[in-house]
Structure formats: C-alpha cells, structure tokens
Design a protein around this ligand. Structure first.
Ligand code: DHB
Ligand code: FE
Length: 281
C-alpha cells in the first residue's frame, strides 16, 4: 500500500526561481534562505519519495478569475511550466502519475471533496519553484509530482479548516492506494505578504512564527481563524499559508518536527520551511 512518509512546507516566490537559474543561491541576500533547506535535501536524498503531492495555488495561469475551482487535482502524466509573466524558466516538464491521481480523485470525491480533475494542467511558480527548491533542476525529474491546486486567489476562498479536512481526506486517499509507493506531501506558499495596496509589504514575523508552531503542535489554533482574520494579520496573499494545512491534515494527529526554519523578508514575504513526519500513534 502507499505510505505517507512526511510533509514539507516551502515558499514559492518567483525570485527563488530566478536565484536558482542565475546561480546566486549562495550570495549574501539568498544564502540564509537557501541554507534553510539543507536538512530537507538530506531527508529527500535518504527517503527518496516516489511521488510528492504539491499543494499549491495557481496565480491566473491555468485558471483565470472567470473559472476558479476551489480544489483541483492534476490527472496527467506530464505538467509543463508556463509561468504567466514572472519570466518563463527553461524547466523540463514535470513527470506526473495519472493512475495515482485518478485514485486520489476518486477517493476524495467519495469522501465529499468534489475535486476538479485536470487531464491537462499548466503549472506556474506556485508549483514549479517548490519542486526546484527541493530538488534543484533536472533534465529528468527524480520524483513524480502531482499538483493539487487550492484557490487562494479569487474570493470566496476555502476556509483554513476546510483545507485541513481536505488533508485528512487526502491521507485516507493516499493510504488506500494499493501500490507500494512512498509519498510526501508539500504545502507551499505563504507566509505573510501583501503585494499591492496601502498595506503592500507587510510582514508579521510573530504571527508567522505562531502559525508555524501551530502547524506543528496545534493545527486547530490556525484553522479556527477565519480567512478575514488571517488576511488581517498576514496580508491578502498571506492567505496562501492555508495550503500548509492540507499537508498537515494528511499527516495525522501528532507529528515529529525534524526541521524548522524561518527567514524574512525574502522578496515580499516571510518564508517558512518545515519538515514533519507522522508520530507513531
Ligand atoms: C511574491 C510572492 C508570491 O506569493 C507570488 O505569487 C508572487 C510574488 C513575492 O513576494 O515576490
Ligand atoms: Fe503566490
């Protein structure tokens, strides 16, 4: 049977992709940010998940404001990077696992999460940069990837609690897949940031750190906030962090935190890295 071996969180900002492409990850501005991933790289090297499910938000590329599914899952064997204006990076197409995706979609829909199923799906920085920051660039990716999109752009958005429950359903969906594969779930985006308007540039470090602790030890604190409360504290795009709760819901009641790292500001955001494994219950 498929097994969930862990969960990771990461930023997705476009500038991260530029830093990787330009080879400047060890320069002063970026060094601390990228060094925060070293224990995650070591863990991925050791555990070698067969598939990572990347919970991300599309920023107006595959879904525009006229059609915005609340939850969507890629059901393809390949996904192309087609970023919508932050600069297209020459990234090899990502390898999917359509058979596993369809199992996940069936199970989630049976559990009353009515996913939009996408047999074609273009991916933007929300998906591409998390994979690149975790694995580096490859001609042939060493891992299969499944994009799971959450609408954090066009209101009304799903609640944080709904995202957590989607994660719980995802756990059941993964663990009912009969193939012996190891799966990691990646929660992407966040943390606090607002890209426009009077409050552009806000970052609340204390709030971000409280959210990270909550994701580890007490996800209810995070998911019991309304979206309005999260946006008030974290900014309009800070709401992206609700996607971390999908990852957390998939790991079960208790987790061991193997690594935690926070860096701010990076571009316009606070950036948090977590590496979690399910604790034996
Ligand atoms: C930035 C952050 C985002 O989440 C995004 O989608 C685009 C840009 C930024 O901080 O630069
Ligand atoms: Fe974003």
């Amino acid at each position: 049977m498929a097994k969930i071996i862990g969960g990771v969180t990461t930023s997705h900002i476009p500038a991260v992709g530029n830093a990787i492409s330009d080879g400047v990850t060890q320069e002063h501005y970026w060094k601390r940010f990228f060094d925060g991933y070293q224990p995650v790289h070591a863990w991925l090297d050791e555990k070698k998940p067969d598939v990572i499910i990347v919970v991300y938000n599309d920023h107006g590329l595959n879904f525009f404001l006229d059609k915005a599914p609340t939850f969507a899952i890629g059901c393809a064997d390949q996904y192309e990077n087609a970023d919508e204006g932050w600069g297209l990076k020459p990234t090899a197409p990502f390898t999917g696992d359509a058979q596993f995706s369809w199992h996940l979609a069936e199970s989630l829909i049976e559990q009353e999460f009515d996913m939009c199923t996408c047999q074609e799906m273009l991916v933007d920085h929300g998906f591409v940069n998390p994979v690149r920051v975790l694995y580096g660039d490859h001609e042939h990716w060493p891992v299969k990837t499944i994009p799971l999109a959450v609408n954090t752009v066009q209101h009304p958005l799903p609640s944080a609690k709904r995202c957590f429950k989607l994660g719980q359903a995802l756990k059941q969906a993964i663990e009912s897949y009969p193939e012996d594969i190891n799966v990691a779930v990646v929660g992407t985006g966040g943390m606090s940031h607002q890209l426009q308007g009077e409050r552009a540039g806000i970052i609340d470090v204390d709030y971000d750190l409280a959210c990270m602790d909550s994701v580890i030890n007490d996800p209810a604190w995070f998911y019991n906030q309304s979206n309005a409360e999260i946006i008030e504290k974290a900014g309009t795009e800070g709401i992206e962090t609700i996607m971390w709760l999908v990852m957390r819901g998939a790991l079960g009641d208790k987790v061991n935190c193997l690594h935690k790292h926070y860096h701010a500001p990076i571009s316009n955001t606070g950036a948090g890295v977590l590496l979690l494994e399910a604790a034996d219950e």
